[in-house]
Design a protein around this ligand. Sequence first.
Ligand SMILES: *Cc1c(COP(=O)(O)O)cnc(C)c1O
Length: 223
Amino acid sequence: MSAPPEAYVDVVARIARAAQAAGRDPAEITLVAVSKQKPWEAIEPVLDAGQTVFGENRVQEAMARWGERSRNPALAGLTLHLIGPLQSNKAKEAVAFFDVIETVDREKLARALAEEIRKQGRTPRLYIQVNTGEEPQKAGVSPAEADAFIALCRDALGLSIEGLMCIPPADEPPGPHFALLREIARRNGLSRLSMGMSGDFETAIRFGATSVRVGSAVFGARG
Ligand SMILES: *Cc1c(COP(=O)(O)O)cnc(C)c1O
């Protein structure tokens, strides 16, 4: 086994330092290593270094890359997160394959997930995506609709919601968006926050992130 990749070691250390600076236990923060679009040669050293939690933004790409895990004991202990938009007609595959789905953002999808969870008896952990910047091109429920959507998922559809996820606008300081997500979670009794990417995960940790989704800082820039 070769030495763990420097970039990965550095991100893990930065997460620990950011947690300590915020008076938090680094163990409360999960690094989701975002492996989308990366070749296996880039992923394997990170796996070998002990990373077990990975994020993918496309169902088909994830299944092609990680589909081995039911057969390969080396991959059995992984936790796979879907962090990209999910079409309702792929709910079946997503429920069967992912351990965490972070992009629940509309009623049609929530209904499709509830039905698949019932049918398959498999329950991925679910996050609701909030479009904190209300950007038209971005997925997620608007902050104003978030409480009602959370209630719909829980009460009408019987879904267990673990937390909230957001992707702040690229051209704004992320802090206010992280604060908004934390406030929506607090008033809905949710304690888990998926927020922070390569450019802003330390800020996200300061604002209470319980998981950070880091791609390029771990694996290098995408093509
Ligand atoms: C690609 C992606 C990330 C990782 O982005 P980096 O800037 O490479 O760290 C995180 N979250 C989501 C939803 C993504 O699509």
